[in-house]
Write a protein that binds this ligand. Structure first.
Ligand SMILES: [Zn+2]
Ligand SMILES: [Zn+2]
Length: 336
């Protein structure tokens, strides 16, 4: 007989595990049953026997887990019985299809945030706070220095940089994580400035977003175009892994920029020899983390991903029962 107050989640060798429900959440290795908050690589590991994810993210998870992967998709808010618990998924506002996982058993509610942000983003369903007793929150940017500027200001900055490069006859190469960030940039930027080209990795995700009904401006795949193409008026979206590679040579005279929360840190841009840095993140900044945590009404908070210790200490001082939770992947480098 399990008492109601017994924790609904524990840390297993494969990650967060719900024993009464018989499932893992974002496991680090293949498991029998995986609930996936979203399709970023550090959350969606291939090889599990069964997957559950939000409908809007199904295509993206399939791209990660493979065509044959058994994926069950449910709508946000739809409730499912799993073993002795009831499970539902709720919008996290991070990327298309990103979900928080709500687990309930005998009146006790736990919510696992996955990655999330509160800032508006037309490419995905906005974050919805979910009341719970225990909130498992990410803390990728869990330091008070992380405060994001308003997105319209960032979009205007990108537009001004692109226009200036166009006048100077330089191509504008903007590095952005292929899944989520690149599409958010596309949705925000003034597409009337010039043609927009994209790297294959970005273009694949653009296609998945459009197929899911997200409106994005037209993009032209770079692949297959002759090197003699005139890139001087163009915005070119590429994943950060292209920085400094031979792939860049075809564009000739370029200005480079990176759209990421990490651009908030002085030196992050210079270290990568970029001309510009635009502070645009798909994660909550410090005020958003605090707002999100307060909105859950949770008394207990588990902190995972990123700057855990400072957020745990801050929450403990405010009277929360807060603790850090181990994660396998500490590098948020792929998506931030
Ligand atoms: Zn993510
Ligand atoms: Zn993540």
């Amino acid at each position: 007989m399990v008492r109601a107050a017994e924790p609904l989640l524990k840390i297993s060798p494969a990650g967060l595990y719900c024993e009464p429900g018989g499932f893992h959440i974002d496991p680090w290795e293949p498991v029998e049953r995986a609930i996936i908050t979203h399709a970023h690589g550090d959350h969606a590991c291939p090889g599990s026997a069964n997957y559950l994810t939000a409908r809007a993210g199904e295509r993206l998870l399939r791209a990660r887990a493979g065509d044959e992967a058994p994926i069950e998709a449910i709508e946000y808010g739809e409730s499912l019985a799993a073993g002795g618990v009831s499970v539902s998924l709720h919008p996290a506002g991070h990327i298309l299809g990103s979900a928080q996982v709500r687990i309930e058993r005998a009146g006790q509610v736990w919510v696992v945030s996955g990655d999330y942000k509160l800032a508006p983003d037309p490419t995905c369903t906005p974050f919805a706070p979910v009341r719970c007793d225990t909130f498992v929150t990410e803390s990728t940017f869990g330091l008070p220095i992380y405060r994001w500027p308003p997105e319209p200001d960032v979009a205007a900055g990108i537009g001004a940089w692109w226009r200036a490069n166009r006048e100077a006859g330089k191509a504008s190469v903007l590095f952005a994580y292929a899944l989520g960030k690149a599409q958010r940039v596309l949705a925000a930027v003034d597409a009337s400035i010039g043609p927009i080209y994209s790297h294959g990795a970005v273009e694949n995700v653009n296609a998945a977003y459009r197929a899911a009904g997200v409106t994005l401006p037209a993009t032209i795949p770079v692949a297959g175009l002759p090197n003699s193409t005139d890139w001087s008026r163009a915005l070119i979206l590429a994943p950060p892994s292209c920085l400094g590679t031979p792939w860049m040579r075809r564009f000739g005279n370029v200005s480079t920029a990176f759209a990421s929360g990490w651009m908030r840190i002085r030196g992050a841009r210079r270290r990568r020899s970029l001309d510009r840095g635009f502070v645009l993140s798909d994660h909550a900044d410090w005020p958003e983390l605090n707002r999100a945590i307060a909105a859950t009404g949770a008394a207990r908070v588990w902190v995972t991903h990123g700057y855990r210790a400072p957020l745990v200490q801050w929450l403990a001082e405010k009277g929360y029962d807060a603790q850090a939770v181990e994660t396998r992947f500490e590098d948020a480098g792929e998506e931030a």
